[in-house]
Design a protein around this ligand. Structure first.
Ligand code: ADP
Ligand code: MG
Length: 698
């Protein structure tokens, strides 16, 4: 039955989920720009554009019963709307008076245009927001509202909060996604069989529950299902890689014991016990024709690179070639600067291969590598994978393994002249034991806990924002003494663009406050060349102060930097704070880490106190695990760990799911190594791999 003239919405086919969204949803044409900004090209990508938290506004109250500091909703009559125009730096304000017979309240919006157009005196609305009290009078600040009688996705329910980008509002994202979900969910096919998913909801239900849960209690099951799929995708690629490796052989690299002692004697320092143990473990692995897969973990500055240098030199002395790869050009350059002298002391010639070299120079190095004259090559993953054929590559060292994508790994395997190179991955991210057992199950792990001797501990202090003027004077005096400082701006979880904006604002503020200082700015929205050039200028001592977002986390080594100032430190993960702190204290001078925070709640204070009280990355990671609340925060992605969006490797429930996913993955892959009969599982696996590659680009 068709009503006259009206187009009936055609239900989507499963194939539609991967077609361009503007073709499948022509009725949302005005959403095209918003989808574009959010990076959503297909209905499937929209389905997986998940909220990173929720506001629970399902608590519907009478105005007379509102309580302070909680998220609540009320059904009210608007008795008056007033617009106060902005003036100077003060933004426009819209103030509405509300009443419901039990009492009255006020709602206020700052700088939000158009609110007044949707809000007329006399209308009845459902209003949702956080309530504070001004005297006796309850006030909603920037609440959501919708007309009574119009079911709304914004009010009086559990409301999803999405990551935003330039100019797209929460309301808009929510409305667009609701429209897409309505038609797309029926077309979603579950990649798992009922027996495989067990008590977990099917995929369509999970997606609905993750975006628009009926009640807060629906969220965990929905997220568990999505987490399980991510974990399964990860475990599938691991199981397939393991299968593919089963027949592969590496070169047996015999590092002679006396030769090794001679190498160690030639180093400018004695290795610590932990370093020495790591070297021995690596040398033992190299002697076997089973390809080494070893992760070397240790805090920033613990001497991982020195261990890698010994391993590379050992391989070269045994007649083979080595390579060291870093995620960015500037890091590769720094590795070269640090390693070349060590390797030279060990009698080994290292070449630096850079994307920015002139074609002729690049060609010469390629030839030297191919002819086997270049003994160790240092560069970025991309540059080394690009066009290089090694004569006899036996060891590949990879800095920060998580950035080493699946594609790059495959490219490298083809370089080993028929043999698989041994792989040594360096990481400064402490890997909890549980994680090691589930995700790095097929990697051996060497750990450096002990710092090289003579290292001065970084002094870490917590300070309120009101101390900023004093801190700025301190930054100026450090600059006058020839030292350098980092200023890390608050993390804005909602969006990288907002983080960048706050970095720009802080940069301008500090330039005005400290006119005598040379100040630079780096953030993730800049072009890579701009960012690299500024970082290089800072490393060269041409800047006194570097204002940055967390892009510097896995960053440059500047021994002359003595201060790390982290603003709104309570917004960061503890492991992240610890990694940021590791940027200073690399030289001889006393260094400082200042955690700026106005957070008064006990948990925030307790968390920061952990970082102040410990310089042990493992201890901090464990405390972080313990103190992390049972909040529903999604996507707190930590560098060094797999690119999971929903699954949390710190969530005990998810570790159980991870083990279950591992068992299922092994069973699926051993029955059908190519997964030829399960194309949907292949897509799941590849979606995760491309998320990993996007992480590389970011
Ligand atoms: P990581 O790679 O773990 O960040 P590095 O290998 O770069 O650490 O070492 C940090 C600094 O400490 C370097 O300047 C390095 O030369 C020095 N270093 C490394 N090992 C030792 C050691 N055993 N004794 C003294 N200095 C060391
Ligand atoms: Mg290093």
């Amino acid at each position: 039955m068709q009503s006259a003239g009206l187009p009936v919405p055609v239900s989507l086919s499963p194939e539609d989920l991967d077609r361009p969204i503007r073709l499948v949803f022509p009725e949302l044409s005005r959403g095209a720009a918003a989808f574009g900004k959010l990076g959503i090209a297909t209905p499937r990508q929209a389905l997986f554009y998940l909220p990173f938290r929720y506001d629970d506004f399902s608590d519907l109250r009478r105005l007379g019963e509102l309580v302070a500091d909680e998220k609540q909703s009320a059904r009210v009559k608007v008795t008056d709307v007033k617009v106060e125009p902005g003036f100077g730096r003060r933004p426009q304000r819209v103030i509405a008076q509300l009443a419901d017979g039990s009492g009255s309240a006020e709602a206020i919006w700052f700088g939000r245009r158009y609110v007044e157009r949707r809000l007329a005196a006399g209308s009845e609305v459902v209003i949702s927001g956080k309530v504070t009290f001004r005297g006796w009078r309850p006030q909603f600040t920037s609440p959501e509202f919708s007309p009574v009688g119009h079911e709304s996705i914004h009010t009086a329910r559990v409301v999803p909060i999405y990551r935003l980008v330039g100019g797209v509002t929460q309301r808009r994202v929510r409305e667009l996604l609701a429209r897409v979900l309505e038609r797309a969910l029926p077309a979603v096919e579950d990649p798992l069989l009922p027996a495989e998913r067990g008590e977990l909801p099917d995929l369509a239900d999970a997606l609905r529950g993750a975006h628009f849960p009926e009640e807060a209690a629906d969220v965990p099951a929905a997220l568990d299902r999505l987490a399980f799929d991510e974990l399964l995708a990860l475990q599938l690629s691991m199981a397939q890689a393991r299968e593919a490796r089963a027949g592969q052989r590496a070169a047996r690299v015999a590092v002679d014991g006396d030769e090794l002692l001679a190498l160690l004697a030639a180093l400018p320092f004695a290795l610590t016990g932990d370093q020495r143990r790591a070297v021995d473990e690596i040398v033992a692995d190299l002697a076997s024709d089973e390809p080494m897969r070893r992760l070397l973990q240790g805090d920033v500055g613990s001497g991982k690179t020195a261990v890698a240098a010994v391993a590379l030199a050992g391989v070269v002395r045994a007649g083979w070639q080595g390579a060291l790869m870093a995620p960015t050009e500037i890091l590769a350059r720094q590795h070269h600067l640090g390693l070349a002298p060590l390797l030279e002391a060990l009698g080994v010639r290292a070449e630096f291969l850079s994307g920015s070299l002139a074609a002729a120079a690049k060609g010469r190095i390629h030839d030297a590598i191919e002819a086997g004259e270049a003994e160790v090559v240092i560069g970025t993953h991309a540059v080394i994978a690009e066009a290089v054929t090694f004569d006899r590559l036996a060891l590949a060292v990879v800095d920060e393994q998580h950035r080493f994508g699946v594609a790059q790994r495959a490219a490298l395997q083809a370089k080993g002249s028929g043999r698989e190179p041994h792989l040594l991955a360096l990481t400064a991210t402490p890997i909890p034991r549980t994680l090691a057992l589930t995700f790095y199950a097929d990697m051996a792990i060497s750990t450096i806990r002990e710092m090289p001797p003579g290292r001065r501990a970084v002094r870490t202090e917590m300070r309120p924002r009101s101390a900023l003027p004093k801190i700025e004077a301190f930054l100026a005096s450090e600059a006058a003494a020839g030292r350098q400082s980092f200023v890390v701006v608050p993390l804005v979880a909602e969006s990288e663009a907002l983080s960048a904006a706050s970095a720009e604002a802080e940069f301008e503020r500090l330039r005005a406050a400290l006119p005598g200082l040379r100040i630079g700015l780096v953030h993730g929205q800049q072009r890579a060349e701009t960012r690299d050039a500024t970082m290089a200028a800072f490393a060269a001592g041409e800047l006194d102060l570097l204002v940055a977002t967390t892009v510097i986390e896995v960053g440059i080594d500047v021994p002359n930097a003595s201060v790390m100032l982290i603003e709104d430190a309570d917004r960061f993960g503890l492991a992240q704070l610890h990694q940021l702190r590791g940027r200073v204290g690399r030289g001889d001078q006393q260094s400082f880490c200042i955690l700026l925070t106005d957070a008064v709640d006990e948990r925030a204070q307790e968390r920061l106190a952990v970082v102040r009280g410990s310089s042990d990355g493992f201890e901090i990671a464990e405390a972080d695990l313990r103190l992390r609340g049972a909040g529903n925060v999604l996507g707190t992605r930590q560098s060094g760990l797999p690119p999971l969006r929903v699954a949390s490797l710190f969530e005990p429930r998810h570790l159980v799911l991870a083990e279950r996913a591992g068992t299922l993955a092994r069973r699926l892959v051993s029955a059908d190594p190519e997964l030829a009969r399960r194309p949907q599982l292949i897509r799941m696996r590849d979606d995760l791999a491309s998320a990993e590659d996007e992480g590389d680009a970011a």
